[in-house]
Design a protein around this ligand. Sequence first.
Ligand code: F6P
Length: 197
Amino acid sequence: VRNLYLARHGETFHNLENRIGGDSDLTAKGLVQAQSLAWHFRETPLPYVFTSTRKRTLQMAELLCRGREDCLVIPLPELDEIDAGVCENMTYAEIARDMPEVHEERTRDKYGYVYPRGEGYATLRERVERGVRKALYLSGNAENIMIVGHQAVNRTILSHFLYRRTEDVPHIYIPQDRYFHIVSTPSRKVFELVKFG
Ligand code: F6P
C-alpha cells in the first residue's frame, strides 16, 4: 500500500447529543459529508474500503463507493469503535452525573482507563492493529486503501504511524470533514490532514 486514507464517519444522531458508542445512523449532514468524500475521491482509485461493522461507517463507505466498480467495501469487526461497556449509548453529561467515578478516573488517565465491561485505549490497540494488518493483507498490492473508522479507532491507527506519547493519543483531533493521508515507507513519511467537506 502506497497511500492509506484514514477517514471518520460523518455526523451521526448520537454525535448530535454527545452520546457515545451504539449504532446510530448518519444524519442528513453526515450523508452530505459522505457525498463530499465521494466527490473528493471520484478520480482516485479506491479498490478497497475498510470499515467497522457499525452502520455509520458502512453508510459512509456505501456512498463513497456508490456507482463505482473499483470500490469494494470490507467491514472488519476489529475496527469497531471502543466498547464503552456500561456507558454505551450514554452522553458524557449523563456519565458525569450518574457515574462520577467513571468520569473522574477517565479524566485522570484517559489512555489507561478501561470502561467497566468495556475497553480502554490501551486495550483497544491490539485489536485495531490486528484490523490494520488484516486490511493490509486483504488489499495485497493495492496502491491505495481507505479506512473509514471511528474517533478512538482512528486515534489508535494514527498513533501507530506517528508514535505519539500514549497520554496524547486520546486527545488527537479526529474531525468528520477531513481525512488523513498517510504515506509510510521506510524512506518517506507523509501525514496530511485534508479537508473534503
Ligand atoms: O463520540 C463518538 C465516539 O466515537 C464514541 O463512540 C467513543 O466512545 C468516543 O468517540 C471516543 O472518544 P473519547 O475517547 O474522546 O471519549
